[in-house]
Ligand binder design. Structure first.
Ligand SMILES: NC(=O)C1=CN([C@@H]2O[C@H](COP(=O)(O)OP(=O)(O)OC[C@H]3O[C@@H](n4cnc5c(N)ncnc54)[C@H](O)[C@@H]3O)[C@@H](O)[C@H]2O)C=CC1
Ligand SMILES: O=C([O-])CC(=O)C(=O)O
Length: 267
């Protein structure tokens, strides 16, 4: 039996748990959960039978094969560092945290020394398989254009001083590099960091708030010496959390399911 611990019992953590329970992810059990929100943690524990943990420290001491971080960019350092030092593989959803080069290198070293893995799912975008291969040539430009409904961007827009009710037509609310993008939209643009890590090249990012949009759209363009890639996904948002695309949770489910597969498809 493959044993999982989950930090963050929101949309993604709960979805992964449901896919364990319905057998989409086979021979697996969610054995421990932690969330700073007690109600969410109790709800997921009730659903899965998992132990309620008092802290990340408490969770990583359990007998686990994998820790899933599905909490927030700010949670990543503690969850990943403690998982790896306690000899657990870790899957990170809040990939945005890894825009910090020092943290990236620290976790990479910890994983190497512990003989453990850090898994970064493709999340809400596509094309990373091809981009990783293209990276072996020369990458010239990496672009991500994200369009989301206004309510999906609401928290970040309010922090940036937008009056969201005044947005009546599509507005470019951000244009800049991946470093600024994840700072200003920490719960919306983790994919720009995953993309930049896969390409080993900093993405240029544009974010559009569209009051008429119903889907989370991500357009990825990569220009390289090997060729040009254009991938566009139009994702159904999660009902429980409109900031998050359903594809992001499905990609984590697929990654965990594939860990046990003898044949690996794609790069
Ligand atoms: N890589 C990707 O493509 C994507 C990544 N994400 C990221 O994945 C993460 C999870 O997303 P959702 O499940 O949709 O979010 P959510 O908001 O539905 O759930 C997050 C849960 O984590 C808990 N939490 C937050 N900080 C915590 C901490 N420091 N310690 C313990 N619990 C904490 C919250 O109380 C909440 O219950 C977010 O950081 C989100 O930005 C979301 C979509 C796509
Ligand atoms: O789910 C999405 O569409 C993308 C997202 O929130 C993120 O990358 O943080």
């Amino acid at each position: 039996m493959f044993k999982i611990g989950i930090v963050g019992c929101g949309a993604i953590g709960s979805f992964i748990s449901k896919k364990v329970l319905d057998g989409t992810i086979k021979n697996t059990k969610v054995v421990a959960v932690y969330d700073k929100n007690l109600d969410k943690m109790e709800e997921l524990s009730k659903l899965t039978g998992a132990k309620i943990c008092k802290s990340v420290d408490d969770l990583v001491k359990e007998d686990l094969d994998l820790v899933v971080e599905a909490a927030s960019v700010r949670a990543v350092e503690e969850v990943a560092e403690k998982s790896l030092t306690n000899k657990k593989d870790v899957l990170i959803m809040s990939v945005g945290a890894l825009v910090d080069k020092n943290l990236f290198l620290k976790l990479q070293n910890l994983a190497k020394n512990a003989g453990k893995k850090i898994y970064l799912p493709s999340g809400a975008i596509g094309g990373l398989d091809a981009i990783k291969a293209m990276r072996l040539g020369k990458i010239k430009e990496v672009i991500l254009k994200t369009t989301k409904p206004v309510n999906a961007l609401e928290d970040a827009l309010k922090n940036l001083g937008y009056n969201v009710k005044d947005i009546k037509e599509p507005v470019i609310v951000f244009e800049g590099d991946v470093f600024e993008a994840i700072k200003e939209f920490p719960a919306n643009i983790n994919v720009s960091v995953t993309l930049s890590i896969a390409a080993e090249f900093p993405a240029k990012v544009m974010i559009v708030a569209d009051p008429n949009a119903k889907l989370n759209k991500h357009e990825v363009i990569v220009k390289s010496s090997i060729g040009k890639l254009k991938v566009c996904v139009e994702n159904v948002p999660f009902e429980e959390n409109p900031r998050t695309s359903a594809l992001a949770a499905y990609s984590a489910v697929r990654l965990i399911r594939d860990l046990a597969e003898p044949i690996k498809v794609g790069t």
